[in-house]
Ligand binder design. Structure first.
Ligand code: NAP
Length: 358
């Protein structure tokens, strides 16, 4: 199952709106086949593994990181394919929470006389599938918030200089995380200040994450890398209903997708923004700031994981804080996270924190 999970992880960021599932077929102590959900979500891992194994699949055990599907969509149900191939046992962590599948896939397998073993590596699998499950349950994607800051928690100098606070190893690590998410999201402030490209570089030919920019009126620079590449790499602009119609058409004309979201006061309502992009299929979003958007997401309790890179430099109080004003007066109201991982990357420290359960 651990091998199946590690294979499944390779598909993260590649398979939305479907989950990235790993499948390993084993017979007589030998691995016959291994597969991950294909880019774009189809074909599913089980069908690919069965095709690799061919007739040898008869009598094998399938280790699958999520319940095999039972519904006939664009492809036949994976449960039926496992039955037809003569699989004798299916091992999985848990049921799918997609209402079209939940329990039905296992039911089909058991009705055909296949032994089903559940609960294996359920904790690890729950982390891997958190985005898919969260979107099914709540409508919004999983949100990872990344910030690269100085020792004193600043993300730019007072003049706005922010490139580069951390070193090359940390930046490479960021590209790896971008690659494992369906989308990279920034606020309009970062799009205006940094002229970012927000794509994945150095990880081979992969499906690029969708670039999401949150900007009420869409007053974003047209002479920018985002605009110049909108036809080639998906660019979704989340805007309010009062965005200028001409600007909207101009952005659509150069290839951007405009997503209308609700307003809350003077800014976009971050909850409705996440609902809108979740509805469009995104399950895992990597938010790279800046400080204002980070504060809005944290204040609304919409951050599931924090990834912080800390560099050994001090910028001082006049620098831009990593996280903008949150209007908190009591510590008890502050969102809490638990340390899940830490490592040094050349001279920088990376820390990953997961939402503490309430
Ligand atoms: N070191 C790092 O990791 C890092 C990462 C990112 C950015 N930065 C730096 O951070 C600076 C930009 O940060 P920032 O805080 O000024 O801007 P930001 O968070 O990137 O963007 C804020 C803007 O997003 C739009 N927005 C719409 N709805 C919002 C909402 N609910 N909450 C917050 N923003 C909303 C608004 O612009 P509209 O008027 O367009 O709606 C707002 O002005 C730059 O200097 C950049 O270099 C550093």
């Amino acid at each position: 199952m651990r091998l199946a999970l590690s294979i499944g992880r390779r598909g993260m960021g590649q398979t939305w709106p479907n989950p990235a599932v790993g499948c390993v077929l084993v017979k007589d102590g030998r691995i016959l086949a291994r597969a991950v959900t294909a880019t774009g979500g189809r074909p599913h891992a089980e069908v690919q593994a069965l095709a690799q194994a061919g007739a040898a699949a008869k009598g094998a055990t399938a280790y699958v990181t999520l319940e095999p599907c039972s519904h006939i969509g664009e492809t036949p149900a994976c449960s039926q394919a496992l039955i037809d191939a003569g699989i004798v046992r299916v091992v999985a962590p848990f049921e799918d929470n997609d209402s079209r599948v939940s329990g039905r896939g296992f039911g089909m397998l058991q009705a055909a006389g296949i032994e089903v073993t559940l609960g294996i590596c359920a904790e690890e699998a729950a982390i891997d599938h958190a985005g898919f499950f969260l979107r099914n349950d709540t409508g919004r994607p999983f949100v990872t918030l990344k910030l690269a800051s100085s020792f004193d928690g600043r993300i730019a100098t007072a003049t706005g200089e922010s490139q580069w606070i951390t070193g090359e190893a940390a930046r490479k690590h960021v590209h790896g995380l971008r690659a494992s998410h369906d989308a990279v999201m920034v606020g309009g402030g970062t799009a205006r200040a940094d002229d970012p490209m927000l794509n994945v570089r150095g990880y081979g030919a992969r499906r690029q994450p969708v670039r999401v920019v949150v900007s009420r009126r869409l007053d974003l620079p047209m002479m920018s890398k985002l605009a110049a590449s909108a036809k080639d790499v998906p660019l979704w602009l989340c805007h309010a209903p009062d965005a200028d119609k001409m600007l909207l058409q101009t952005w659509q004309g150069i290839g951007a997708t405009c997503v209308e979201c609700s307003l809350q006061g003077q800014q976009l309502d971050v909850a409705s923004t996440l609902q809108a992009i979740g509805k469009a299929g995104l399950t895992r979003v990597f938010c790279e700031g800046g400080g204002a958007l980070a504060a809005s997401l944290l204040k609304a309790d919409l951050v599931d994981e924090l990834v912080g890179y800390t560099a050994g430099l001090a910028i001082g109080a006049e620098g831009l804080p990593a996280i903008g004003a949150m209007g908190l007066s009591n510590l008890s109201a502050a969102p809490r996270f638990k340390l899940a991982e830490q490592q040094t990357l050349d001279g920088d420290v990376m820390m990953r924190w997961r939402r503490a359960s309430k």
